[in-house]
Design a protein around this ligand. Sequence first.
Ligand code: XMP
Length: 319
Amino acid sequence: GWSMAEFVERAVPALRRQLAGARALCALSGGVDSAVAAALVHRAIGPRLICVFVDTGLLREGEVEEVRSIFTGLGMDLRVVDARDRFLAALDGLADPEAKRKAVGETFIRVFEEEARRLEAQVGAIPFLVQGTTYPDVIESGGGAAATIKSHHNVGGLPADLEFQLVEPLRDLFKDEVREVGRRLGLPPAIVDRQPFPGPGLAIRMIGPVTAERLQRLRACDRIVREEIRRAGLEDRLWQAFAVLTGTPTVGVMGDRRTYGEAVAVRAVTSDDGMTADWARLPYEVLDRIARRLANEVEGVNRVVYDVTSKPPATIEWE
Ligand code: XMP
């Protein structure tokens, strides 16, 4: 394989030529691919790149602040759009996982389009759209015209009818190469070594309806799971580790009182590519700390179960 130093060295002048004096827009998802694509294009055209990060309200705790500090720290023009209420409204009353995905995807596109128009009114024409499409994305979507849009059930997917010319500098790269490019461009491990997080976010980690209260509950659970995994030094060995609100009402006891709460599932898997996965043999002590903290610290949680199914037959996510 070619070295990623060489890749960056070639890609930057090529992007400079392709974008010849024009502006570009990039929707950051918080994930590795869009971050690296943005950093690379920023290296080429500097302030002519504008990044948009939509706060869907479906993100993990601290994620908005983290993205903001990392990208503004790199000197990039980042606009954070607070669309939390719109996503909640779009999800109102929906319980079916695919309906939730669709609502999140459509709302994302609408919010992004509006922001793009607003920005164009502010700074003038923005003809280019930067996307973090990678080689596996191209393969997965069949290599046709649609392949250029990273749309497979993804929040990062944008409508083909937006009048942008697509810039996809990572199209030939595999994930580990993308990470290497990101490191070379000065992106911190918090971004480059990040575990995958689904586009629809926390909305598809709670069986049943999405409400502000359940989002707050799940965000607290997710923070505890990630803290304990990190504290145990296991983060790098896991593909993903997270909490799921199962929607199952459950009875508990505290002192001489019965409590009524929701069972939370903990999911941790190892995987090479997400296509197959094995449940992680987490040490009992780690599971114990996670379970105690979830039940003690998170309002409405009085039972914790650990998911011991692999993929297949189960998927990694619960919905
Ligand atoms: P499953 O649950 O299908 O997940 O075994 C495989 C990988 O894909 C992620 N995933 C998603 N990513 N939008 C995304 O961007 C989605 O709707 C979605 N559903 C699952 C999942 O987190 C895992 O890494």
